[in-house]
Design a binder for this molecule. Structure first.
Ligand SMILES: [Zn+2]
Length: 433
């Protein structure tokens, strides 16, 4: 038969509370209706941290407020903490307090609460404020857990950097430009851009830096060990001269690859430029809904091979009726030919298609198409590398979507460092899963 006793009740509470090394001595209802839990440890002796002599003499007991995980709501936890008196008369440390794995020296939070905060912040894309409120800690406290874990993670990663054969470097804007006053009362621009470094084989973000210029990229590359830099064989970048120069000086064995995505974007921008210029020349105004080419401007940007029969007929009609100088059609043809170049799987095929591309540009004889050809010429070696390796930043772009989500929910981030911590930890958690 089960007989309720004080010991049994205390044991039951301890089991329910489930904090290793602790037992519940009392649970009360506070004045505000909240629950207060009083804990102590069953320890009857402790070794002096200075001399190692075991003491059984309790000098005094103090109450320490400990932050712990909520139990069906927030609970106030008090630790009735023992201060031991050292039994060694020669020891300089006359007294010392107890500590446990769950509450190490100087800790205010239990280890399990810290783990819970970290799991919520690094495993999920949630805003720090909501996690802090749910777990009953302040925003800086929650953020501190994240920063510490990120530092530890960075130290581990720096001690043993994983080999990366193909690296992705990609920029993204993390907010609009802002200005703030520094300590000397001077206005400073807050860099709204960040550059991420990704292992293209896994999609893992391995670095995040402020800015998107050559210096930002160089600074990060410089901190990587020489042997690591010499192993990188392919680097996928946007067609950005700044990135290319950084790669050339710090990744001597790497070939640069620019993917079709950004080049097709440039080609589409070229078609748009031509369409706008033609509209101004013909009507002395910008395009409007009545203009077929304006109304179907998105159709012009689609890949021809992805169009339905109806779409193709429509496109033919648009160009036949609203392009008397054939300039938009010519721009469209140049764009489509570039897509054919980029779809090639061998460099020899690509060279053939490139020759046709060049002849189309010559025939078109427009400043916009000539400018696009210049870009293609400048980046041809990198395009050839892309055709050979198909190294693209697609995975980096995917990581950047996550980054942007973190940014969106983290509206409150003022410091890049906080933001960077979350990105790195989120990625580490994603990779571990
Ligand atoms: Zn001692």
């Amino acid at each position: 038969m089960f007989k309720p006793t004080v010991e049994a009740a205390s044991e039951a509470a301890s089991i329910l509370f489930n904090l290793p090394e602790y037992r519940v001595v009392a649970v009360t209802r506070g004045a505000d209706g909240g629950r207060e839990v009083f804990l102590d440890t069953p320890a009857v002796e402790a070794g002096c941290p200075s001399c190692g002599v075991v003491s059984t003499r309790v000098h005094q007991r103090t109450m320490q407020r400990v932050r712990d995980v909520p139990f069906d709501g927030l609970v106030t936890v008090w630790w009735v903490k023992k201060r031991w008196r050292c039994s060694e008369s020669l020891c300089a440390k006359t007294t010392f307090t107890e500590h446990t794995e769950q509450v190490p020296p100087y800790a205010r939070l239990t280890t399990r609460l810290k783990e819970r905060i970290l799991a919520a912040l690094s495993g999920e894309v949630r805003c720090v404020e909501a996690v802090a409120a749910e777990l009953g800690v302040s925003w800086p406290t929650a953020m501190r857990q994240l920063t510490r874990a990120a530092t530890a993670h960075a130290d581990r990663a720096a001690a043993r950097p994983a080999l990366v054969y193909s690296l992705g470097i990609d920029e993204h804007r993390f907010r609009t430009v802002r200005w703030y006053k520094d300590e000397h009362d001077a206005w400073r621009r807050v860099e709204p851009w960040m550059t991420t470094f990704t292992n293209l084989a896994t999609g893992q973000v391995i670095g995040v830096v402020d800015g998107r210029d050559s210096a930002a990229v160089k600074t990060w590359l410089k901190t990587q060990p020489r042997w690591w830099r010499h192993r990188v064989r392919v680097v996928a970048i946007d067609p950005s001269a700044a990135f290319r120069s950084a790669v050339r000086s710090w990744l001597p064995k790497a070939r640069v690859s620019v993917d079709h995505f950004h080049l097709i974007q440039l080609a589409n921008a070229m078609v748009t430029d031509v369409r706008r210029r033609v509209s101004w020349e013909r009507h002395d105004r910008r395009g409007r809904a009545g203009d077929l080419t304006w109304a179907n401007r998105l159709l012009l940007m689609r890949g021809y091979d992805s169009l339905s029969e109806r779409g193709r007929t429509k496109l033919k009609t648009v160009l036949a009726q609203d392009d008397p100088t054939c300039e938009i059609g010519a721009a469209w043809g140049v764009k489509e030919q570039l897509r054919r170049v980029l779809a090639c799987t061998t460099v020899a095929d690509a060279q053939r298609e490139r020759a046709r591309f060049n002849s189309y540009v010559t025939l078109a004889a427009m400043p916009e198409t000539t400018r696009l050809k210049k870009t293609i010429d400048t980046w041809w070696p990198a395009i050839a590398t892309f055709i050979r390796t198909r190294a693209t930043n697609a995975k980096t772009e995917a990581a950047n979507v996550t980054v942007k989500n973190i940014k969106r929910i983290g509206r409150g981030y003022r410091s890049h460092e906080n933001y960077r911590c979350r990105i790195m930890l989120y990625n580490a958690a994603r990779m571990a899963a």
